[in-house]
Design a protein around this ligand. Structure first.
Ligand SMILES: Cc1cc2nc3c(=O)[nH]c(=O)nc-3n(C[C@H](O)[C@H](O)[C@H](O)COP(=O)(O)OP(=O)(O)OC[C@H]3O[C@@H](n4cnc5c(N)ncnc54)[C@H](O)[C@@H]3O)c2cc1C
Length: 417
């Protein structure tokens, strides 16, 4: 292979920008097409989560790309879940049994900017913003794009293309239309809305080194810390029915609901009335795809292939693990069609496993953490792990043990979780 072998990446989000760095380090020439404006210059539209939980699998990807040192100062460690009960009691449930077993809150925008910046440092990477992928050309070998600044439609070079264009992937739709990808999108009957717990005098008003949860069995509120002293809170509710979004139509409905269900959080949210009606109500769902690639022409990766619900905090971590695995496979072969086929074969059981565990974790977060029986079992599992480090609870396997594939974590069972 020549050092100038060329690859396209569609989408300079979290996975696309990390992958651009990895492939450039491998000596490939990379062109990245992103529909949004350059995130270093424009305000990123925060359609989705403003901050994310970064765990060991994601860190492994950032380390492989040589950028973790730049990301680390942007993170806040979260040692456990701080569970806020109805009666105002609050208890920290540690995530791991060792001090280093923490997860890290990081701003999506800041992380994306670091990755784009680092990708741009390679001469072999060309970043092209405001370029929206529309689908494939007639032959199905190259991607059609629209330049958003001129409206001109053009075609990318017909070279291997890796589609990291997220959960609504245009390239996945294109493969589906050609009968290559078989796709099932399962929407959850719960939506989410982001809200803010602002800083007071520049400081956090809740414990900063924790992920806060107000579990209410059928629904929940969570909050992750930001570096500026604020928290981003996310409300997860059923779309319809009692305690559902549909019932919260007026400021009085919202005020009464929060006063009843989340009085301690309500007291920390001065802009609630405004934010609740201004901020979008986001959808949640799982995308199951069979047929992630068209020969050696196109491969779906990250959310484009396998978007999941956010309750295990693993979508980005899993997408970064995808990047590591693809990079590793490209170190062994440059036969693109066989690498793409191998990637799907080896990753799909793992991405299906994390999709299932993410769905299960919603019940754990909003209900089980309140159950004394669950807490007893969790403590027993922690004691076992302390006595015998090979007995690892499933949550820890997923969050802290990237050497254990997701499918093995699922199969090894539900020790303590
Ligand atoms: C509420 C919520 C909370 C979450 N919390 C966590 C968490 O705590 N931890 C975690 O690991 N994961 C979390 N996730 C999941 C995480 O956001 C995704 O898994 C992750 O962003 C996937 O990365 P990606 O690069 O595949 O897709 P994205 O980050 O969505 O990037 C896709 C990129 O492609 C671009 N694009 C889209 N369409 C086109 C097109 N047609 N042409 C060109 N470019 C295009 C987009 O502009 C974007 O830049 C959360 C998700 C949600 C919704």
């Amino acid at each position: 292979m020549s050092a100038a072998e060329h690859v396209n990446i569609i989408g300079a989000g979290l996975a696309g920008s990390l992958l651009a760095i990895l492939l450039a380090r491998r000596g490939l020439r990379v062109t990245v097409y992103e529909k949004r404006a350059d995130p270093r210059r424009a305000v990123v539209d925060s359609g989705r989560s403003i901050n994310l939980a970064l765990a060991a699998r994601g860190i492994r990807g950032l380390e492989r790309a040589g950028v973790f040192d730049r990301v680390m100062p942007l993170t806040i460690p979260m040692r456990g879940r701080l569970v806020h009960e109805h009666d105002g009691r609050a208890e920290l449930q540690m995530y791991g049994v060792r001090p280093e077993e923490v997860i890290h809150s990081v701003s999506r925008g800041a992380l994306n900017r670091v990755l784009v910046e680092a990708a741009d440092e390679f001469e072999s990477v060309e970043l092209r913003f405001e370029q929206t992928a529309l689908g494939l050309d007639e032959g199905g070998h190259a991607v059609r794009l629209r330049d958003e600044s001129t409206g001109r439609v053009h075609t990318a070079d017909a070279v291997p293309t890796i589609a990291t264009d997220g959960g609504g992937s245009a390239l996945r739709h294109a493969l589906e239309a050609r009968g290559i990808a078989r796709v099932r999108e399962e929407l959850l009957d719960h939506d989410y809305k982001e809200l803010t717990i602002p800083a007071v005098d520049g400081g956090h008003v809740l414990e900063p080194n924790a992920l806060h949860i107000w579990p209410r069995v059928g629904f929940m509120l969570i909050a992750l810390p930001n570096l500026d002293g604020s928290f981003t809170a996310t409300l997860f509710l059923a779309k319809r029915g009692a305690n559902g979004f549909e019932q919260l139509k007026t400021p009085a409905d919202v005020a009464a609901f929060f006063a009843r269900e989340f009085p301690s959080a309500r007291a920390l949210m001065p802009d609630l009335d405004h934010e609740f009606f201004e901020n979008p109500q986001g959808l949640l769902g799982t995308v199951y795809t069979d047929g992630w690639h068209a020969g050696g022409d196109v491969l779906l990766l990250g959310d484009a292939a396998h978007a999941i619900v956010p309750f295990h905090g693993q979508g980005m971590n899993c997408a970064f693990e995808d990047c590591v695995e693809l990079d590793r496979m490209l170190g062994e072969s440059r036969d693109w069609a066989s690498v793409f086929a191998r990637f799907e074969r080896e990753r799909k059981p793992n991405t299906d496993a994390i999709a299932a565990m993410a769905l299960e974790n919603y019940v754990e977060m909003r209900a089980a953490v309140l159950d004394p029986d669950y807490q007893r079992k969790k403590k027993a599992a922690e004691a076992k792990e302390k006595a015998d480090p090979s007995v690892i609870p499933r949550y820890s396997m997923v969050m802290f043990h990237p050497e254990i594939p997701y499918a093995d974590a699922l199969a090894r069972g539900r020790v303590g979780h």
